[in-house]
Design a protein around this ligand. Structure first.
Ligand code: ZN
Length: 124
């Protein structure tokens, strides 16, 4: 037997540099203090105190977030971190009554093609 994934609809928010600057993160994200890493870890710790970084609380425990990561909330309300590259393979934006959107341009796709994305025909 072969199997395929059932379609599922999730809520998702991408972590941005602004969120880090403003220290304002989406629901389900907590701030934790972690030790600095690298050659100057000790000096940085003395100067700034512990490093504060966001974590998403997953069912199996907290996962550290970086800029570009997505926080995905499934139908059960469970949240998970998803790297941008994987997110783009697994998900596409939708809006009820309008259909599928391009993730980069937020334009409604026409026959599966974004009007603003370079198409294969244009590349030829
Ligand atoms: Zn596009």
């Amino acid at each position: 037997m072969k199997y395929r994934k059932k379609p599922m609809v999730v809520d998702a928010v991408q972590i941005t540099a602004d969120m880090f600057n403003l220290r304002k993160f989406p629901d389900g994200v907590i701030i934790r203090q972690v030790p600095w890493e690298g050659q100057y870890a000790h000096e940085l710790e003395l100067k700034h105190g512990p490093l504060e970084v966001p974590f998403v609380v997953e069912p199996t425990g907290p996962e550290r977030l970086s800029v570009g990561d997505w926080v995905v909330t499934d139908e059960k309300g469970e949240r998970r971190r998803c790297e941008d590259q994987a997110f783009r393979i697994l998900f596409e934006p939708i809006e009820e009554g309008k259909g599928v959107f391009c993730l980069d341009h937020r334009k409604v796709m026409v026959d599966g093609v974004c009007p603003q994305c370079p198409t294969l025909a244009q590349k030829r």
